[in-house]
Design a protein around this ligand. Sequence first.
Ligand code: ARG
Length: 504
Amino acid sequence: MEMRKIFHPLTEIPKRQASPPVATVNPQKDEGSFGERKTVSKQSQAANKAWGGVFEEAADPRMEKFSESISFDRRLYRQDIRGSQAHAKMLAKVGVLTADEAKAICDGLDGILADIEAGNFEYSIKLEDIHMHVEKELINRIGDTGRKLHTGRSRNDQVSTDFRLWVRDAIDKMDSLLKNLQKAFIGRCDEDFDCILPGFTHTQRAQPVLAPHYWLCYVEKFARDRERLADCRKRTNTLSLGAAALAGTSIPIDRFETARLLEFERVAANSLDVSSDRDFALEFTFCLAVIAEHLSTWAEEWILWSTCEFNFIKLPQKFCTGSSIMPQKVNPDLLELIRGKTARVIGDLQTLMVLVKGLLLAYNRDLQEDKTPVFDAFDTVSASLDLAADMVRDAKLNREAINERLEKGYLDATTFMEFLIKRGIPQRTAHGMVGRLVRSAMNRGIPLAELPLQEFQAEDPSIDDSVYEILGVRKAIDAFQSYGSTAANQVRYQIDTWKKNIEF
Ligand code: ARG
């Protein structure tokens, strides 16, 4: 189903060459560049800092350690380089850089990218963050041209752009992990098709459910998670660059061009807003928290199912661990950890929510703290999803043990009541009749199907032998007909539809 387009009158990228209402003042010169003017930068006390000019005092080393983010934002190197290359190309297009300058910058950045990926890059907390590292290295490599890269941008819009690009990639990775887990559940529907499980409410046996109905229940939850992520992706996929520090820039940049180069669908329409906007990080982490919640329900269910008391499922031993004191133990630690790690993902979301609460417009350094919770939530949920898929593929249902106790708990009582309703007995009356019959069967420790006909006739004389055709758990399953129910034909339809719509 097509997702509804989000309406915003100002952010759409024009289909053809942009003529958006932006400043079109031409740079000083005809040959399309701001020209060459060598500057000798005098070093202040805050030597080597890109922002050091105004400072008379060097940074306290504790401050450097406290404020660095390179230890975690180095993870954004690919996005930072990609963003800078797009920025340089755009600057060349509008004539702020020459084509040669842009090429030197892009090539220099390619070299840095290759070195970072090969592990040949040195990081230092003196350079604060990934943006400073890449820029400084570029200047080391290509000289003064590198000093032009930061024209018309600020680290405030740069970090937001990098982070949006990172979250956009992370959403795509998350989508394929979710799909993989859905496929694991769908993949076992056929082999488990004829297995009936008790369905529970209040952890009490309630009504019978086909095993694949259970599996597709999780497929549905993860489908909503994917839909939520796709929705979050739309708002994430907005260009921040060009907001500069907070108010925009007097350099005649073309933000629509940058957006095209970075494959952003929209351009943020208000520089002040986008400098402070971390909604995309909050939304993404919320999506992750809901996935973790879904996983925790599944984990909890299978932990219970794997107990000696339930004995519904055998978990693959490669995902269990033993006890250091009790030699017989095989514990479902993977499931417990998936359940447990949900807490930290919710904690990550909480951290972000509190982080942005009451922050003044626009950028504040607090915002640097937004990355670790997002990275942590993403790493945690990714690993959980990946392992969950293999667990789902390899676990085995203990069919015999399930079957042996299937007639316990009067799972057919509701469909029996509905049988009476269909014969014209009002629901409340039928409910009372079946309740009394269940009580009588319970007292004798037998299922409803073993009660003699006279007992049924004592409740309603019109009941005849046909009652035995609808009693029993398997017959109860067959009686379901509503769309989305656990009737075999309904479940078959759902399985086939999912199989057609998810490629294996
Ligand atoms: N490392 C910073 C962050 O992650 C980059 C932006 C710094 N901007 C500034 N005005 N100090 O938020």
